[in-house]
Design a protein around this ligand. Structure first.
Ligand SMILES: [Zn+2]
Ligand SMILES: [Zn+2]
Length: 152
């Protein structure tokens, strides 16, 4: 068995599979580095003694991770985190992307002091926010917790 590798470091460019792979390394935040800036809990010095992966009820699986006992516990502790592929079905992702775009446009309108355009964009953003609420209410967006299971 190899070194404990809780967040996929050394296997690729970063914690690509953090939160189901939706977020890039920039979202790993504080887990990446300690105050000394050299390395943080994302890099573990212990030997892995188990292989595990995160799965959700729908069967979405994360990559297999080699883990030490402590990191297995740590990841299980964070089961409150939910499966991003369930939280962000395509439909919701589209709305979310539209929101991102609108916010960029709003910043641009503000910079140009184009109040009329800004107001229109703001209304559109509120509209999209309502759509997101609706998707959540209709159960299209589902917060489904992940379970850490052992693989052989
Ligand atoms: Zn570890
Ligand atoms: Zn899922």
């Amino acid at each position: 068995m190899s070194r404990c590798n809780p967040y996929g470091y050394a296997t690729d460019a970063g914690p690509k599979h953090l939160m189901g792979g939706h977020y890039g390394p920039e979202y790993a935040g504080k887990q990446v580095t300690l105050r000394d800036g050299i390395h943080g809990p994302a890099v573990c010095e212990r030997e892995a003694d188990r292989r595990m992966r995160l799965v959700c009820e729908k069967g979405h699986t994360g990559p297999i991770m080699d883990l030490c006992g402590q990191h297995a516990l740590e990841i299980m502790d964070r089961m409150a985190q939910c499966c991003t592929r369930c939280v962000w079905p395509d439909q919701a992702r589209g709305v979310n992307e539209a929101c991102d775009w609108i916010m960029t446009e709003m910043a641009d309108a503000r910079a140009k002091q184009d109040i009329v355009r800004y107001k229109r964009l703001e209304a559109s953003l509120n509209d999209h926010a309502r759509q997101m609420d609706e998707l959540l209410a209709r159960g299209v967006i589902i917060k489904r917790p992940l379970k850490l299971v052992e693989v052989s």
